[in-house]
Each structure stands twice: as C-alpha cells, then as structure tokens.
Design a protein around this ligand. Structure first.
Ligand code: PLP
Length: 430
C-alpha cells in the first residue's frame, strides 16, 4: 500500500499487503509453515547475523503474521509491530524487554486482573518490582520512580472504573525523567492512538476488538519508534549493553540501518526466540479478518454504547451508570482528550438492589452472553461480585470499583432496539 492512504478504514484493509508476491492472491495467505528454505549458506548466515531481514523460523517471524504486524503498526502510527500468543504474553514481553531482576517499573493500579497478577506476583517472584500508583494524579508516577525504574505502564480505558488514563500527562513526565510509557490499548483501538499522545509503546490483547469475533487468543506490541533509548544509556541495559545471547549485539546500534526499532527487534529476536509465545499463522489470519472491519465495528460499538448509557441512566432500578461519555470534571476532560469517535463500548452500572438484583439481572438476559470477556461483536455481560471479583473481600472489591450490584457490559453491534429490549426485560426481573 502506498503511503498516501493513511486513514484507518483504508489501512485496516490494505496496510502491509497488496497481493501475495508468489501467487498474486489478494487475501493474505496463511503461511502454515514452521521453517523456511535458505538460498545458500551465505543467505542463512546473513539472516542469523541480522545483516539481512528474512524468515528463519515461525517462532520468531512468519509472512502471514508479518502482515498483521505491519497493519497494526500502521494503524497506530508506529514503526514496527510484534504479534504474540496472547495479550498476557504481550504485556510480559513489554516488561521483560526493559526490566531485569533488581529493576522496577511503575504501573497504574487500574488494570485488567490478569495483568495485575502478572505484575504483582509472577514478575515480583522473578525479582522485577511493580510499583502500583493511582493514576488520578499523574505526579504519582514521577514520585514512585527511581534510578532502577525502567518504564511506566497503564491501560487506556480500564474497567470497572472506566476512567480514561492521562496518557499525555504521564508520557510527558516520563520523557522529562527519561522513562517510556507503555499503554495497553485493548479496550480502545481506533478511538485512541496512544503514540500520538506521547506513549512510546502500545500493546493489545487482539483477543478482544481486533479479533472482534471471539474466536482466537492473541496479542500484539507496537513500537512507536519515538523514544530515544540510546540517550538513556545505562537506564536501558537490555537495549544499550552488549547482548550475550546474541553475540554481543547492542540493539540500539544494531538497528541503525533498519530504523528506530530497537524495542521491537530485541523483543522478537531474543524474547520471542527464548520464551516462544508466538502467534500461530492461522490466528494471525483470523486477526487480519477482524482488522478489516475494526473501524466500522468500533463505530457501531460506540454508537450502541452511547444509546445504552442514555437508556440505563434514565432507568429507575439503576443507581449509577459508569461510562466515559457520562463523566464530568477531570475524568470527562481525559475522555474528551484521548478518545475520538466514541467513548468505547464498555459500560458499568449499579443496580439499586445490590447482589441479588445483579444475579437476577444476569440470569434474565437472553441476548447478552454471560461471559468473562470483552470486545466481542456480540453483547456480553458479567456480574463481577459473583465472578471475576468474587475472591476479593467486600472492602477490596469496593476499592476496585465493584459494588454488590455492579454489572459490566461490553456492548456489541446487534441492532440497538434488540439490545435495549434485552436490557429492559432483565432489569424488570432484577
Ligand atoms: N489487557 C486487557 C485490557 C484485557 O482485558 C485482557 C484480557 O481480558 C488482557 C490484556 C489479556 O489478554 P489475553 O486474554 O489475550 O491474554
């Protein structure tokens, strides 16, 4: 695709691929292969030495996955993409790409529970400390950082509170003190472009809106190419010091002929190589199918969510609706500053009659699926107090923003009248 077509609707269909060079196929072929024939020993040696970029083994790269990576990078305005087996592995690779035992990073407290566990338990056990801070005040990030801090981490639109993260404010603090901001943009693809607001790296669970059809688990990292790792010197040993696992390569040096892709290259050729959390080519194909209609679907998701928010706000059994489009004050300012074309399609509401009403509501739904997922084309609902947050004490639960009567919706793209009818019936029973 030529550079002149940059609008998301067009990039989602054409980015990274015009036709297959071997067969002229227009759809991206599924290259279901593990390995690739080298032309000769010199070719093989050049590929291994990164003197030439090309396919070696599908754990590190694959031509189908490559199109997905290029398309995602183009959509976010980044310089390189890297697909992973899941959103969880994308987050893991992001942190391991900068932090080693003894290092720390600062993360927003408003996180998906799986990411929280990864940061608070698994990475901690490996000697990498996560310092959790409240994103209500961006200065908390600066205050938590020290000489061993390697990055900041946050989600654009974290549920259940659905307070949009202050991307520019925290990215600017990071850049002032030499630290990159990594943003999990899973809940807001297309409607938020974190790199434009100063983030250095974006990651996704492609399992959600990007796949869009609830069929496959996957993740992705987009390197913004906009952070000066080299200037950080010893702050970023993984990128600026010789890598003993790759004949002493210094990644910021090695990538100079290729562009500012040190973060993405190192994650690919050392972390994917060693950890092996690669996306299968078939899943990459499915994510490409999802991406083709992502801008269209996001518009429909957001429009339906706005309608649902208005409906629930006026309902007598609903105490409160939690939705970026209904916030005011600073949270509204953040929503307006960082989301465009909609407020996302995640929405929470509190039932006046608490726990039992929450259960009755869920059990009365006929269209909404009762699942622990978000970002499907279908409408989804969950009652966190009896499911995702049931292991927490009442006090802990309330602190995360989940009251007894809290219900989370991931509004789908069905007809709005059908969505409202299902909600109305379930509310009557609640
Ligand atoms: N990030 C966010 C915001 C999520 O909601 C999820 C999953 O729900 C993940 C990351 C993890 O993604 P995956 O389930 O693809 O590993």
């Amino acid at each position: 695709m030529t550079e002149e077509f940059t609008r998301p609707e067009t990039v989602a269909l054409h980015g990274g691929h015009r036709h297959d060079p071997q067969t002229n196929a227009v759809a991206v072929p599924i290259y279901q292969t593990t390995s690739y024939q080298f032309r000769d020993t010199e070719h093989a040696a050049n590929l291994f030495a990164l003197k030439e970029l090309g396919n070696i083994y599908t754990r590190m790269m694959n031509p189908t996955t490559d199109v997905l990576e290029k398309r995602l990078a183009a959509l976010d305005g980044g310089v390189a993409g890297l697909a992973t087996a899941s959103g969880q592995s994308a987050a893991t690779l992001c942190i391991l790409n900068l932090c080693q035992a003894g290092d720390n990073f600062v993360s927003s407290t408003d996180l998906y529970g799986g990411t929280w566990n990864l940061f608070a338990n698994t990475l901690t056990a490996m000697g990498i400390e996560c310092r959790f801070v409240d994103p209500a005040d961006p200065e908390n990030f600066r205050n938590a950082a020290d000489a061993r801090t390697r990055c900041f981490f946050a989600e654009t639109l974290p549920n259940p509170k659905l307070n949009v993260f202050p991307i520019r404010e925290v990215a600017d603090i990071g850049r002032e003190i030499g630290l990159p901001l990594i943003v999990d943009n899973t809940a807001a693809p297309i409607i938020c472009r974190p790199l434009e607001h100063g983030a250095a790296v974006v990651m996704y669970s492609t399992t959600k809106y990007i796949g869009g059809h609830g069929t496959s688990i996957g993740g992705a990292i987009v390197d913004g190419g906009n952070f000066d790792w080299e200037a950080g010197g010893d702050r970023f040993p993984t990128l600026n010091h010789p890598d003993p696992s790759y004949h002493g390569a210094v990644w910021t040096e090695a990538v100079k002929p290729l562009g500012p892709i040190a973060f993405a290259i190192r994650a690919r050729v050392t972390l994917l190589r060693d950890i092996g959390a690669a996306m299968s080519p078939f899943n990459a194909f499915l994510f490409l199918q999802g991406l083709e209609t992502l801008p269209l679907r996001m518009r429909a998701h957001c429009a339906n969510a706005d309608t649902v928010a208005a409906f629930l706000s006026a309902h007598p059994k609903v105490e409160r609706v939690i939705f970026p489009g209904l916030q005011d004050g600073e949270m509204r300012r953040r929503a307006d500053a960082y989301l465009s074309g909609g407020h996302g399609a995640l929405l929470g509401f509190e039932l006046k009659d608490g726990m039992e009403a929450g259960k009755r509501f869920i059990d009365s739904l006929k269209l909404f699926y009762h699942v622990a997922n978000i970002g499907d084309a279908r409408s989804l609902a969950i009652h966190p107090a009896t499911t995702t947050h049931s292991q927490l004490s009442e006090q802990e639960r309330t602190a995360t923003g989940v009251s007894d009567g809290y219900v989370r919706l991931s509004v789908g793209i069905e007809h709005e009248e059908d969505i409202l009818a299902d909600l109305a019936r379930a509310l009557e029973a609640a």
